[in-house]
Design a protein around this ligand. Structure first.
Ligand SMILES: Cc1cc2nc3c(=O)[nH]c(=O)nc-3n(C[C@H](O)[C@H](O)[C@H](O)COP(=O)(O)OP(=O)(O)OC[C@H]3O[C@@H](n4cnc5c(N)ncnc54)[C@H](O)[C@@H]3O)c2cc1C
Length: 482
């Protein structure tokens, strides 16, 4: 762990603490130096300022009161879920109030007739899935970010999280029917709802993925889907990345839509093997995990077609899981990947970009070149069906200049993705990590249009300030005044 950074923020006045405690209760306000310091961290490589104070509300009313109090004190505020974001989105950029939603973790309603659940934002993604499974509803909430055992549905909504099954089922925004939101002025509104095709502007779509910059989500109406009748999982091993990438394109071009299509490179296979002993053969240079689901009848035929396509693209071995345990074992190869990498390095930069699916292998090759030029190692995982690459760059943050070198490499990777016709994030969002890269994707008029929407909701930029947009846009705002 690095040495504690100097805390330049002033201690919160006792009067502020007393007012916060009056809203959320004693014990639900954190304000020691150590507590304030840790809220300057999330799962990203970036560091925020220590929080002015941290409040843990227990209800929508308390969130609204906190926001009104922050406004009356001239304080900005930021919503925080589990802090697993990789883009620095939950980090305080100034001396502000952190509103942490972990106490608001109730599953309020399961409505199988309408295929909906209503939850508070602090519900952990996997807890919702386990709850639905245990109660035998026959439905599940599908989005499954790699962080699902920890990350919250509120944070998933904030970042419009993706996951391994988003190829077929879509990202979080496809699964959200409505929200209750506390606006930056403290007003409570509802957007969307249980009935589909509501008139008016699609504010639900607007709020999902806005990274907590437009308000604080306090209740979520989410869609649940029936569990598929059958699931078949395959592991295909290829001599190199190129053949695996060709198989991915072949599967998609054949009109097959797998639930998941995940790629591992040789280095990640080696690390996973060391950690959980999958037993990948030495001849394999890359691995594809392919999951097909749906009605039982016909699924075997699709599995056969996938096998043919992989064979035609030089697969050296193809396994089809015959039992749920065997399928779990195949998935372990992917699920254990981040943990396996943590064994070789205490710090890893998880990059996230997208390219057209048929250019995935080329993009990974170029990512390796970019990192090699900087003397950095890179390990590659990809949600291959979406063209979403995750080059993982291990580094030692105690070596001066190392982190900066990694950040520079990641910026080059994003520029490469855009140049190849892709985008700067597949699922992790923008936060502080990629705010300057927004100019690679959007011109000034487009950024101004988006920024004017942000300012319509939050004219003084108090709600998760200085995020998503290039810093110069906020500087301009300060010069001209709200
Ligand atoms: C090992 C690992 C694997 C990961 N895998 C994936 C993956 O496969 N796919 C993926 O998409 N992401 C992944 N992530 C990134 C991250 O887990 C997701 O973005 C997740 O959605 C963040 O949830 P959280 O509860 O931790 O939110 P936080 O990190 O606390 O917050 C994320 C953002 O949402 C905002 N926010 C939080 N709560 C609210 C709220 N109630 N109202 C409004 N805004 C809010 C915050 O202000 C912040 O901008 C991974 C992260 C790790 C560490």
């Amino acid at each position: 762990m690095t040495a504690l950074q100097p805390d330049n923020t002033s201690d919160p006045p006792a009067r502020l603490i007393a007012r916060l405690e009056a809203i959320v209760g004693r014990g639900n306000v954190l304000h020691s130096k150590a507590d304030r310091f840790v809220y300057g961290y999330d799962a990203s490589v970036f560091r925020g300022r220590p929080a002015k104070a941290v409040a843990l509300p227990g209800s929508t009313g308390e969130v609204a009161e906190l926001v009104r109090l922050a406004n009356s004190e001239g304080l900005a505020f930021v919503a925080r879920g589990a802090g697993t974001g990789i883009n620095g989105g939950a980090l305080p950029q100034e001396d502000l109030l952190v509103i942490e939603l972990s106490r608001m973790n109730r599953i309020l309603e399961v409505d199988p007739d309408n295929r909906l659940v209503v939850v508070e934002p602090g519900v952990v993604n996997q807890d919702l899935k386990l709850f639905l499974a245990k109660r035998g509803f026959g439905f599940s909430y599908v989005p499954d970010p790699g962080s699902q055992v920890v990350s919250t549905i509120g944070g998933n909504v904030g970042n419009n999280a993706g996951g391994m099954h988003c190829l077929k089922y879509g990202v979080t925004s496809n699964h959200i029917a409505g929200l209750e939101v506390v606006l930056p002025g403290g007003e409570i509104i509802e957007v969307g709802g249980k009935t589909p095709d509501r008139p008016g502007m699609d504010l639900t779509g607007f709020f999902v993925g806005s990274e907590g910059t437009l308000g604080i989500v306090t209740r979520i109406i989410a869609r649940i889907l029936p569990l598929p009748e059958a699931v078949l999982t395959q592991l295909a091993l290829f001599p190199d990345l190129d053949s695996a990438a060709r198989a991915v394109s072949g599967i998609m071009a054949a009109g097959i839509l797998p639930a998941a299509l995940e790629l591992l490179d040789r280095r990640s296979m080696t690390l996973v093997d060391r950690a959980v002993h999958i037993g990948f053969p030495d001849a394999a240079g890359s691995a594809l995990i392919i999951e097909l689901d749906g009605v039982r009848e016909g699924l075997e035929i699709e599995v056969g077609r996938v096998r043919e396509i992989c064979t035609a693209n030089d697969a050296v071995e193809i396994q089809t899981a015959e039992t749920p345990e065997a399928a779990d074992r195949i998935w372990l190869a992917r699920r254990a990947a981040y943990g396996a990498m943590a064994r070789i390095s205490p710090t890893i930069y998880i990059a996230d970009g997208c390219v057209p699916r048929n250019r995935l292998s080329e993009a990974i090759g170029r990512a390796i070149e970019i990192c090699a030029r900087k003397g950095l190692e890179v390990i590659n995982l990809a949600h291959a069906g979406d063209g979403n690459l995750h080059p993982l760059i291990p580094y030692d943050q105690t070596i001066p200049g190392e982190k900066e070198k990694v950040i520079e490499a990641a910026r080059e990777l994003l520029a490469m993705c855009v140049e190849m016709g892709g985008t700067i994030t597949g699922e992790h969002g923008i936060g502080v990590e990629k705010q300057e890269e927004m100019t690679l994707l959007f011109n000034g008029r487009e950024l101004d249009a988006m920024f004017s929407l942000k300012l319509a909701f939050d004219p003084a930029d108090r709600c998760n300030p200085r995020k998503i947009f290039p810093v110069a846009m906020f500087d301009r705002l300060q010069l001209s005044g709200p």
